[in-house]
Design a protein around this ligand. Structure first.
Ligand code: PRX
Length: 648
């Protein structure tokens, strides 16, 4: 699949940097055996430092203390903006592909520099200091990117909250982070619909005493609810200088936190630090996608997720390319939207999730075939396992079998791509439906249920990573104990990903999905406990249990079993009220697809719900329920099967 001119490591410089290595395998082995030399060399070459680091790494998988590029000082915004502006201020940094096609706006590195500095000065004027947290509740747009960079400029820690979360979900994230300022827009526009961002922020902030200002950007200009904390961001920016001295930050100062769902409790603020994250995001961006100077990189993820952080903002900007900010949906105004955008903007690398691919397959090939997609070279997939049918369609119908298709496995916690077909030696094969090979410096292991590493090929088990890498999360904000328990205790001394994987006979990795109570809905992580907590707040609900089931577009759908309190009878309103409470507590994407009202749940004698049975009933696979004799009341199962709801 490689073009004959492709270099050994996809990144020509790597051959010059590590001349002793003449193949991908040699360089990979070098990165594992000589970790500090590998990462130290790249950090010196790829980042601009204010002060050189003294030591490459000091990591301990037992205590969960990780430090990279110790003693070094730098500023991420300088690396993402200043150094490219100095070379060519007129180079386009961002293309904002607005909701309506054909209305794109371009922002040069010079313009981004000014916007970022103005916002940094606005933040300073509102008392934001190094280490303070700033919540950003905005869809993908230049001001959102400039706001993230403005935080980086002054050393504030940003917490971008996906602009589809409800006021309560936003409030809980603001409270946990004790954010001082919230940056938002009056309204969002997506798929032709208005989203009430400001209204949601005002409702949320009413319960957040830490917030002293709400900076509001103008997106639609429509009148919206106001509050005493409002600051008109556009007006405030005009008053500020377009220069702001970058803060000199330590490699390990926090850059951002991003909340993500786990199997228990509230979403956790996964925290990333400056230098290691930036190096890892920029290197993986360049190597995996083969993204070079002059390319237009199109990642259509929202900036509210880690994919948006690493591959809309930090990776592409650190590499000085042009990055797309996609505001719309795959089907607006019609299912050709992605491909019309690719043709019009001449996008070179396109990165999306399997759920979008599966949705577009259903709409038919004609929506793709109308457009000239010859600019495309790399097609990426992320967020959930990609089924072979979707992979083939992406490769053939979109890529015309001329593009390199990369299934990329990684997580909010890993900071960047960890397993993907690239980088690799030229001509090496790419298999449909799996991420295949570890990135340099990444050392996967498959662990058995007993906690033993399975050294052979052709094995299935828990996916762990054995060695630290610069992009790894440093902690869960304010909860280092939970960080340790979640990632470093299940298999002592290793990072546990929460995913299961197969290592095939040829050594390639395939991801089987989450092993914990996290479900993956359209590539978005959701804890079943979060949905259960939301349902439990409805006055009629006595108990609930939520599981995922296979869904042909979303990957996993949400199936909720609900027991009503005595005296409550399910009527036509119940289902919509239950969905309403999930929307109010979390977000629309968390709405159960199916709600089954039941009289009992399958529990062991010690009262533990046997979710395995609930998953089987939800998936309509009741012929193979396994041993149910340990249930306190096995007849519950028959009742569940009898009232099983047809899947949507
Ligand atoms: O289960 C894996 C799945 O998404 C989870 C991470 O979700 P999040 O932190 O929201 O980050 C998503 C974008 C990086 C993983 O634990 N996942 C992600 N990519 C893949 C995947 N599952 C299979 N194949 C992938 N390529």
């Amino acid at each position: 699949m490689d073009s004959p001119t492709a270099s050994v490591f996809s990144l020509p410089e790597l051959r010059d940097i590590f001349p002793g290595c003449t193949s991908y395998e040699e360089l990979y082995n070098f990165s594992i055996n000589e970790t500090d030399v590998f990462w130290g060399t790249l950090a010196r070459l790829r980042l601009r430092w204010s002060r050189n680091f003294e030591r490459v790494s000091d990591c301990d998988m037992e205590t969960g203390l990780f430090r990279w590029f110790i003693g070094g000082q730098l500023n991420v915004s300088v690396n993402c903006v200043d150094r490219h502006k100095e070379k060519d201020a007129n180079k386009v940094a961002l293309i904002w592909e607005k909701d309506e096609p054909g209305q794109e706006e371009r922002v040069t590195y010079g313009e981004l520099y000014t916007m970022m500095n103005q916002i940094a000065n606005v933040l300073k004027s509102h008392g934001v200091l190094k280490g303070d947290r700033v919540a950003i509740y905005m869809p993908a747009c230049p001001l959102a990117v400039a706001s993230m960079l403005a935080c980086a400029r002054i050393g504030a820690v940003h917490s971008v909250v996906f602009a589809g979360f409800s006021a309560e979900a936003l409030a809980s994230r603001i409270i946990d982070a004790e954010a001082k300022v919230v940056i938002t827009a009056d309204q969002g526009v997506r798929g032709g619909k208005l989203i009430e961002l400001k209204k949601t922020v005002v409702t949320a902030v009413a319960n957040c005493p830490s917030v002293t200002a709400i900076l509001v950007a103008k997106r639609t200009g429509n009148p919206v609810v106001s509050s005493q904390l409002d600051v008109d961001l556009d007006e405030a920016m005009i008053k500020e200088s377009g220069e702001c001295e970058p803060a000199v930050l330590d490699s390990e100062d926090l850059l951002f936190m991003l909340y993500t769902s786990g199997s228990t409790g509230n979403p956790k603020g996964v925290a990333h630090s400056q230098a290691g994250y930036l190096l890892y995001a920029s290197l993986t961006h360049k190597l995996v996608f083969d993204c070079n100077e002059g390319d237009i990189f199109g990642c259509v993820a929202d900036i509210g997720w880690i994919t948006g952080h690493s591959y809309v903002v930090y990776g592409p900007l650190a590499n000085g390319v042009t990055t797309l900010l996609f505001e719309s949906t795959p089907t607006y105004p019609d299912p050709g939207r992605y491909w019309e955008t690719v043709q019009r903007l001449k996008v070179n690398q396109f990165y999306t999730a399997p759920t979008a691919i599966r949705l577009l397959i259903k709409h038919g090939d004609e929506h793709v075939e109308k457009y000239d997609l010859s600019s495309l070279r790399t097609l990426g997939s992320v967020g959930e396992p990609i089924n072979v049918e979707a992979w083939d369609w992406y490769n053939k119908v979109v890529g015309k079998e001329k593009c390199v298709v990369v299934d990329t496995w990684w997580q909010t916690e890993t900071g960047g791509i960890c397993i993907s077909p690239r980088p690799s030696a030229p001509g090496s094969e790419i298999r449909p439906g799996m991420p295949m090979r570890p990135m340099y410096g990444i050392s996967p292991a498959i662990l058995s249920e007993k906690g033993e590493e399975l050294h052979n090929n052709d094995v299935t088990g828990a996916l762990c990573l054995k060695k630290p890498w610069p992009g790894m999360a440093r902690t869960i904000y304010g909860a280092h104990g939970r960080f340790l328990e979640t990632y470093y205790r299940p298999f002592r001394g290793l990072y546990f990903t929460g995913d299961g994987a197969i290592r095939h006979s040829d050594g390639y990795y395939q991801i089987t999905g989450r092993m914990d109570d996290v479900i993956n809905v359209s590539g978005h992580r959701l804890g079943t406990a979060e949905v259960e907590n939301a349902l439990g707040q409805h006055p009629s609900v006595a108990e609930s249990a939520v599981v995922g089931y296979p869904h042909d577009i979303k990957g996993e759908g949400i199936y909720a079993y609900v027991i009503l309190k005595d005296g409550f009878v399910a009527d036509t309103k119940t289902e919509s009220e239950l969905k309403g409470i999930v929307r109010q507590k979390i977000a629309a994407y968390a709405l159960p697809d199916v709600i089954q009202i039941c009289t009992g749940l399958p529990k062991t004698r010690s009262g533990k719900i046997m979710r395995r049975i609930l998953r089987k009933v939800a998936a309509d696979q009741t012929e193979d329920l396994g041993d149910i004799s340990t249930l306190a009341d096995p007849s519950v199962v028959e009742d569940l099967i009898a009232h099983h709801r047809t899947l949507i």
